[in-house]
Design a protein around this ligand. Structure first.
Ligand SMILES: Nc1ncnc2c1ncn2[C@@H]1O[C@H](COP(=O)(O)OP(=O)(O)O)[C@@H](O)[C@H]1O
Ligand SMILES: [Mg+2]
Length: 240
């Protein structure tokens, strides 16, 4: 069966919805074109939407998330956040520090530092005052059930606590968009479900747009939209 491509994804946006993340005819290859990964991706996500990006390992999910977050640039095409093209923006770092948060499969926290220290790092980089940052951390830690863990080193925390910490860190600067790359992929099924619930709750409370790569269909179905990545493009089944 041929599914329509996400070029028609605007069907899934209500007429008032503000597009916060957009990819237009995005191409990306590696090794001087020997590995062609993205072949004309078109995508739009509206403010507050939760979007799951599914597809087999190696299909290009991480590549696309990296382009969305400005960690890499497309060979061709445009990626824009809130209408501003990511790879051409002169204040790229500033834009990304405030607009986009990342959660990775392996939490990428610094094991020797405490939960609190890990979460405060992005606020220092963004020039947020200490008192404001601390208040934000307390709020997020409370929401994610980590208040009693603030002073603990990452290496002492469980897998689920580490991913919850990564979620807090990603949201410290109040980004409008959260990019999550297999955020529960390293956890057992029970913990994975619990962390995902918390992730959905938190993005809903904060009005954050979530784009999550996952190969867990059960989790993906809980999102507003489920996209399939295949042959270098995005396909969006027409929802029932
Ligand atoms: N930095 C890189 N250099 C060369 N090839 C890469 C690089 N990053 C990813 N690839 C290749 O691009 C393809 C897509 O990878 P990726 O985006 O990580 O897929 P997914 O996240 O869906 O598993 C894979 O074939 C992978 O080996
Ligand atoms: Mg990946």
């Amino acid at each position: 069966m041929n599914l329509p491509t996400a070029q028609v994804s605007s069907q899934h946006l209500s007429s008032q919805a503000r597009v916060v993340l957009r990819a237009e005819d995005v191409w990306k290859s590696y090794d001087d074109g020997a590995i062609s990964v993205l072949k004309g991706v078109n995508f739009e996500a509206a403010e507050g939407q939760t979007v799951a990006l599914c597809g087999p390992s190696g299909c290009g999910k991480s590549t696309l998330l990296h382009l969305f977050g400005g960690l890499d640039s497309p060979d061709r095409g445009r990626v824009s956040v809130n209408g501003i093209e990511v790879n051409r923006h002169r204040n790229l770092l500033r834009l990304l520090r405030h607009e986009v948060g990342f959660v990775f499969q392996l939490h990428n926290l610094i094991p020797d530092l405490t939960l609190e220290e890990n979460c405060l790092i992005p606020t220092v980089a963004a020039g947020v005052g200490r008192r404001t940052a601390q208040a934000r951390l307390n709020q997020l830690a409370e929401r994610t059930g980590l208040s009693h863990r603030l002073g603990h080193r990452i290496q002492k925390l469980s897998g689920g606590e580490r991913q919850r910490t990564a979620l807090c860190r990603a949201l410290m600067n109040q980004p409008k968009i959260l990019l999550a790359d297999e955020p529960t992929g390293s956890l057992d099924e029970h913990t994975s479900g619990a962390v995902f619930e918390l992730l959905l709750d938190t993005v809903a409370t904060e009005g954050v747009t979530l784009v999550m790569a996952t190969h867990d269909r059960g989790l993906a179905k809980r999102c507003d939209r489920l996209l399939e990545m295949r042959d270098g493009r995005i396909h969006e089944p027409v929802s029932a």
